[in-house]
Design a protein around this ligand. Structure first.
Ligand code: 0O2
Length: 210
């Protein structure tokens, strides 16, 4: 147990630091009264039981874990609109505090399960008592509709231990399509929604000044 804790401590630090940084972007947008492309940010270090499961599923020896499991540290940015994903990706690409080593676009090219999300693998430097350590971090960027679908599908995968029955799979495919259509519809009324959000923000600011 202690060995796991030692191994995962820098990963926890990377997740904590990146949560602060990414939430900082959201805060800056909010203060500037521009539409924020970030609705919320979450992060986690993969639980030990999931690490062991994934390693055995993929035949990864435990001494190759850090090099081969890219999502020991995971961050998720959830957006309102599909267009916000590109804005966030550009923001991430422009940063100097980490290196991007891979990008996988499951938004334009959904997975066979119906999963949609934009993944970026970062090489993030963490300062440890033994010096700098570069940590692989998986950043998932997705809309609220994509997140809703992925969360439900993830629970069902867990329930059926990865063997989702065919009829449930079909329902999931249909709901993935519905989530996609919801994103498309929201894009069409995006300007209307953004106007409404601006009015609400201005009202809240006026309220605070009173
Ligand atoms: P958890 O429990 O979220 O940590 P693969 O070889 O394709 O099976 P790989 O190489 O890890 O998997 O890369 P991939 O496909 O980019 O998946 C990384 C993570 O993306 C997954 O981590 C999930 O979080 C998410 N993801 C990918 N595909 C799906 C999907 O079909 N449904 C859902 N709900 N999430 C998905 P883990 O370790 O699988 O799971």
């Amino acid at each position: 147990m202690r060995k796991w804790e030692i191994l995962l401590t820098p990963y926890k630090q990377a997740v904590d630091e990146l949560k602060v940084k990414l939430r900082g972007i959201r805060e800056q947008y909010q203060k500037s009264s521009k539409h924020t492309p970030i609705e919320f940010v979450t992060g986690r270090v993969k639980p030990i039981s999931s690490i062991i499961d994934k390693a055995s599923r993929k035949n990864i020896p435990l001494d190759r874990l850090e090099a081969e499991l890219q999502d020991l540290a995971g961050l998720r940015i959830v957006t309102q609109f599909v267009e916000d994903i590109e804005t966030v990706v550009e923001l991430i690409r422009s940063r100097k505090d980490f290196e991007i080593i891979e990008e996988i676009d499951y938004v334009s090219e959904k997975k066979s399960s119906g999963y949609r999300s934009y993944h970026m693998i970062l090489n993030y430097p963490v300062q440890t008592i033994e010096g700098e350590k570069k940590i692989l971090v998986e950043l998932q960027i997705r809309t609220m509709a994509m997140n809703f679908w992925a969360t439900i599908e993830h629970s069902l995968n867990y329930k059926y231990s990865g063997e989702i029955p065919a009829d449930v799979k079909m329902k999931l495919q249909r709901s993935a399509e519905a989530a996609f259509l919801l994103d498309e519809e929201m894009s069409i009324i995006r300007e209307e929604v953004r106007e409404a959000q601006k009015i609400i923000t201005t009202k809240q600011e006026q309220g605070r000044k009173l």
